[in-house]
Write a protein that binds this ligand. Sequence first.
Ligand code: ATP
Ligand code: MG
Length: 550
Amino acid sequence: MTEIPESSNFIEEKVEADIAAHGPGYTVCTRFPPEPNGYLHIGHVRALSIDFGIKEKYNGRCNLRMDDTNPAKEDMHYVQAICRDVEWLGYKWDRLTFGSDYYDVTYQFAQELIQKGLAYVCDLSPEQIKEYRGTLTTPGKNSPYRDRTPEENLDLFRRMRAGEFPDGSRVLRAKIDMASPNINMRDPIIYRILRADHYRTGDKWCIYPMYDFAHPIQDAMEGVTHSLCSLEFEDHRPLYNWVIQNVSVPSRPEQTEFARLNITRTIMSKRYLKKLVEQGVVSGWDDPRMPTIAGLRRRGYTPEALKNFCARCGVAKVFSVIEAGFLEHCVREDLNEKALRRMAVIDPVRLVITNYTGEQTVSVENHNAKEELGKREVLFTKELYIEREDFMADPPAKFFRLAPGREVRLKGAYIIKCTGYDTDEQGNVSCVYAEYDPQSLSGMEGANRKVKGTLHWVSARAAVPAEFRLYDYLLDDRDGQDLDFSQRINPDSLVVRQGWCEPALAEAEVGDTFQFVRMGYFRKDEDSTPEKAVFNRVVGLKDSWAKAQR
Ligand code: ATP
Ligand code: MG
């Protein structure tokens, strides 16, 4: 596998400078703060690799914090899925915390702001608040409620909490600057009234803090030193700092932003992924076509491939889109090393070797580049299956596979020559006939007669039935055309084939991954039964990305 660059990025440079400035006894602390309203996706792997990367590189700490201050959408099921995925990637959090752990303390800090004259209860309607806020080019104007006294504000805020007012009738706002060029600083809302059952706190609260107020407080309460997030929060940083400066939090975290990960032909938004699940476009959050960690795992991606991908994409401050082919390149590279080679026929046609009688086992290598992985014995019989596309009745000259009168080698076995074929009523080839050369067994003395093509095969007698799920991108190739994802759904993202595989594969464990010779990398799926193995194609063998780099 290609080496991960050791050089630092701008975040690591900042962390190193802070470590140097603080001297001994200083521990860096980061956090990864997903909202438990869906499954994590490959974009989150970038954030995770940055947050946990800092912990690992500088011997620091990293908390996994469920950012759950948005009651209606959050759920314990998602909390469990997130924990499972982070663990699977191999990241170890120091503490598992919840934004909702901090509701009490956040409420205290809101009262502190009120007492300092830095927050007020505003009775404007949502439409009016929007109107008063102004635009990018015009300043906002002060709310008529802005000059309420701290006493009045405190009374109203406590009554908001006590449930005296209907949802949406009042909000608590920070008193900052309605003329600020940064709209986030124009008296942002920091608390709203919302009667919604929270999956952890139930109906204990009917007011909830807004992200911009809650997040810096949570960071500070946990002693986070570096609060790392994606670029859309850059304009929120002044507000983050304002909160840290104006409430008596126990520490002073700093926020630094990085660019989100985007990948061609890939949806990178939980909201939309959720739609795909709800509308049945995919079978679930872990459908192998999904860019979720759960989907990638089921597809056959490895933690190493995903982390290596993120490391090689690097950490940047500018928007970029990575080729989907590069992600595939990373998993192919990893599986090329790790995956044992096996034979499976995905779209079978029967092959009868007319001059062969009896049966024998032949030795086939377990890895074409790793002799130390040894060989296995595979049963060779008179009737075999080969890949339908490996035979042509009327081939062009450059077709080096099987055709009437032409020779190929059967992998690990003999050279055969095609003598004829049958077709069914529709004209499809139903059986191919061949004769073998008894002197051509692989590895046999004098058997090095060369033929152009080598085909994989399975014995019709010994092979076990298998289902092959061949995946393609969920989205068509119209990246960058500003189309809604729903217009770009690829109707052919899943093709299912019924074929045959070596008996050894029936005994493989769910989750085992193999290279099917000439066909790609496949992982044994959870849907496998004792009667039928099911395999997901992780990725094909052809590396279009690597080719394009040359
Ligand atoms: P989504 O829009 O997919 O729901 P999100 O930002 O709302 O993403 P969160 O659960 O809030 O999802 O994300 C947790 C962390 O992951 C945040 O710090 C966010 O910045 C980061 N993150 C989310 N998507 C990406 C991405 N594509 N690339 C890098 N980081 C991301
Ligand atoms: Mg979010």
